[in-house]
Design a protein around this ligand. Structure first.
Ligand SMILES: *[C@@H]1O[C@H](CO)[C@@H](O)[C@H](O)[C@H]1NC(C)=O
Ligand SMILES: *[C@@H]1O[C@H](CO)[C@@H](O)[C@H](O)[C@H]1NC(C)=O
Ligand SMILES: *[C@@H]1O[C@H](CO)[C@@H](O)[C@H](O)[C@H]1NC(C)=O
Ligand SMILES: *[C@@H]1O[C@H](CO)[C@@H](O)[C@H](O)[C@H]1NC(C)=O
Length: 612
């Protein structure tokens, strides 16, 4: 018993001691907590993003945020929108007047209504409207806690006419006004036609940015913009013969063009290497000429792309390149020569034999289907890189020429080329029932004396791929031709990579930087003849490009061309750099594109300021 009593007492003592220790610890902890709370009250601390942007002298300066500067700092997007004397988020910069408030208001993207006066082109309206909404929603990151407490937007659109023709006379300008009251944002857009109003919606979408700090979309509370393009023809040309691009790649490229108000998709659809264009009346062309049965643009693909583009303010210009740059597809026709002929220096590009009457029947069929599915307002007939050496190897051709009293010297072979061009054109005119403008690349045919003898300046537009300072350009201008500029020393986007067959860099290296493209002024090419310049195109020949890399070959450099042609700024590119960086970001966010990485964050962190 004694033993158990002792044990009981000992046990009790242990419990007491533990309880005492536990109490002491609790008291200490509580006291400590109190002190911490008290300190917290005394020393107010800032919790939020570490860095923000302050607008200083029209420049967004990256700054560490603290309690005294928090009300002036904003997220980069908001700073860009409001800080500069221009609106830093717009690309291309408007060419007319711009006034705007430096305040933003949150908006509710679910509360946007749009009203238009009646449009014949209703389906285009649906597309433009849908696209606008999608672009806004895609600015919101997927993990955003974005709420819907912002203001409603009411957009009112007035177009002078319901014309949906889109030709060189179409005026693409617009006016855009934003005002605010206590509950709504009102947007007024006026333009002459659908195309001006859709450009205005594109601008409006760039005036909405996602504010990372408050996790919401915001818009300027006031803006008044007048805008129109300086040049009528603004685009890119894409080669789908050397590489076939699926329809969705073409569509996403057109989406990119639409964002920066480029209005032309010049489609170099066939060449020697493949014939991917379905011609229903001549099925052998794709059967023999497409890379595979799947790599064919069907008539319905073409119609789909043409409508898709037009609803985005982009016209599709088909090119059927002839009489050279032909090969695949024609193997059984007996109408081409020199292709894959190892004795020929031009073996990589075949030539039509212009003396064959059957050739013109097939061309007529091709042109007929092109006219039906593209409904072009202008036709590109190619016409580049004809090698007289090729025709000169054929005794049959020389005999044919002799029979017609054509000499087999250079002048004679140029006459043979003219014979081809005139016959092809008359077939085209017959099936198109009109005299559409015709584009040809610069070549020997566009040099004197052949130029003025063979090519009517009221009919032919010449696309220049010479260097920008080539004296032949002046000859063309003095002779009165209208030109589209694609000078290969600035606007060839495929330059600067390895040659596709030989060693070394390709012929037009080096790589053309966006700065070079931005500074490629039409005035320095055309001088006093600037009125004869319809515009320009960047070209993307696809010998060493495929769908995996094409976005990065086109963007952001085509954006540089877009501002050159829409705004035609007199300021050097340096002022545009940061804006272009942001434009690339936008292209990626809302255009599904993969754009060449431009180091925006690096620029900001190392310079500590960027000229937004
Ligand atoms: C609170 O701020 C004061 C003054 O800046 C400082 O001396 C003190 O150490 C701070 N207290 C704590 C707990 O950080
Ligand atoms: C807050 O940051 C500014 C720089 O933007 C600095 O000048 C100022 O001293 C900072 N204030 C405090 C309380 O740290
Ligand atoms: C910042 O704004 C808040 C809320 O409007 C205000 O209470 C605070 O005093 C402001 N801070 C400064 C440094 O102006
Ligand atoms: C055609 O080929 C012959 C024989 O090679 C050559 O003498 C002649 O100069 C060539 N003609 C032209 C116009 O190149």
């Amino acid at each position: 018993m004694v033993t158990s009593k002792k044990l009981l007492f000992f046990g009790f003592a242990v419990v007491v001691v533990f309880a005492a220790i536990a109490t002491l610890i609790t008291v200490l902890v509580l006291t400590n907590n109190k002190e911490e709370e008290k300190n917290g009250e005394d020393n107010e601390s800032y919790e939020g993003p570490t860095f923000g942007y302050l607008c200083k002298d029209s420049i967004c300066v990256r700054t560490e945020i603290n309690l005294s500067n928090i009300n002036d700092s904003s997220s980069l997007n908001v700073c860009r929108l409001t800080c500069n004397t221009d609106i830093g988020t717009l690309w291309p910069k408007p060419s007319g007047s711009v006034a705007f408030s430096k305040r933003v208001a949150p908006i509710n993207p679910n509360q946007i209504t749009i009203s238009t006066n009646n449009f014949k082109g209703q389906t285009y309206w649906q597309v433009a409207w849908q696209r606008f909404r999608e672009m806004l929603f895609r600015k919101i990151p997927t993990d955003s806690k974005s709420n819907s407490r912002g203001k409603s937007i009411l957009i009112e659109i007035i177009a002078e006419n319901d014309d949906i023709d889109f030709n060189y006379d179409t005026f693409e300008g617009y006016k855009l006004r934003i005002i605010e009251d206590s509950s709504n944002i009102y947007v007024y857009i006026s333009a002459r036609n659908f195309y001006g109003t859709r450009h205005a919606l594109e601008t409006l979408s760039q005036l909405v940015v996602y504010d990372e700090f408050n996790e919401e979309l915001v818009i300027l509370t006031y803006a008044d913009i007048t805008d129109e393009p300086k040049f009528k023809h603004r685009g890119i040309s894409m080669d789908t013969s050397r590489t076939f691009y699926p329809v969705d790649v073409i569509k996403r490229t057109i989406n990119g063009l639409a964002m920066v108000k480029l209005n032309t998709f010049h489609w170099h659809i066939t060449d020697a290497q493949s014939f991917p264009l379905e011609i229903k009346s001549r099925p052998e062309l794709t059967r023999l000429g497409a890379y595979s049965p799947d790599k064919v643009y069907t008539t319905s693909d073409i119609r789909d792309i043409v409508e898709f583009a037009k609803a985005r303010g982009v016209r599709v210009i088909p090119e059927f390149d002839a009489p050279a740059h032909v090969g695949e597809g024609w193997q059984e026709s007996q109408l081409t020569m020199c292709y894959k002929d190892s004795s020929q220096t031009v073996g990589w590009r075949g030539h039509f034999d212009p003396t064959k009457d059957e050739l013109y029947n097939i061309l007529e069929d091709i042109y007929k289907e092109i006219v039906e599915s593209f409904k072009p307002i202008v036709m590109h007939m190619g016409g580049d890189e004809v090698a007289i050496d090729c025709w000169n190897t054929s005794q049959m051709i020389k005999d044919w020429m002799n029979d017609r009293n054509m000499e087999t010297n250079i002048e004679g072979f140029m006459r043979l080329w003219d014979y081809f061009q005139r016959n092809a054109l008359s077939k085209f005119d017959a099936v198109s029932n009109s005299q559409l403008p015709i584009i040809l690349w610069t070549s020997r045919l566009t040099e004197e004396p052949f130029l003025t003898e063979f090519l009517d300046k009221n009919r032919y537009i010449i696309q220049v791929w010479l260097d920008g300072n080539d004296a032949k350009i002046k000859t063309l201008l003095e002779a009165g031709y209208k030109l589209i500029i694609s000078n290969s020393d600035a606007l060839y986007l495929d330059c600067g990579v390895g040659w596709w067959v030989n060693e070394g860099l390709n012929w037009c290296s080096p790589y053309k930087t966006w700065q070079k493209i931005y500074n490629n002024r039409m005035e320095s090419i055309a001088g006093n003849y600037i009125d004869q310049i319809l515009g320009a195109e960047a070209t993307i020949w696809s010998e060493s490009i495929d769908e995996g890399v094409i976005d990065m070959r086109i963007w952001p450099r085509a954006s540089a061309l877009a501002e050159r042609l829409w705004t035609n700024p007199t300021t050097p590119w340096a002022n545009a750099e940061a804006r272009l960086l942001m434009n690339s970001q936008l292209l990626v966010e809302v255009g599904e594109l993969a754009v060449e990485p431009l180091q925006l964050e690096w620029c900001v962190q190392n310079e500590n300021e960027c000229p937004f």
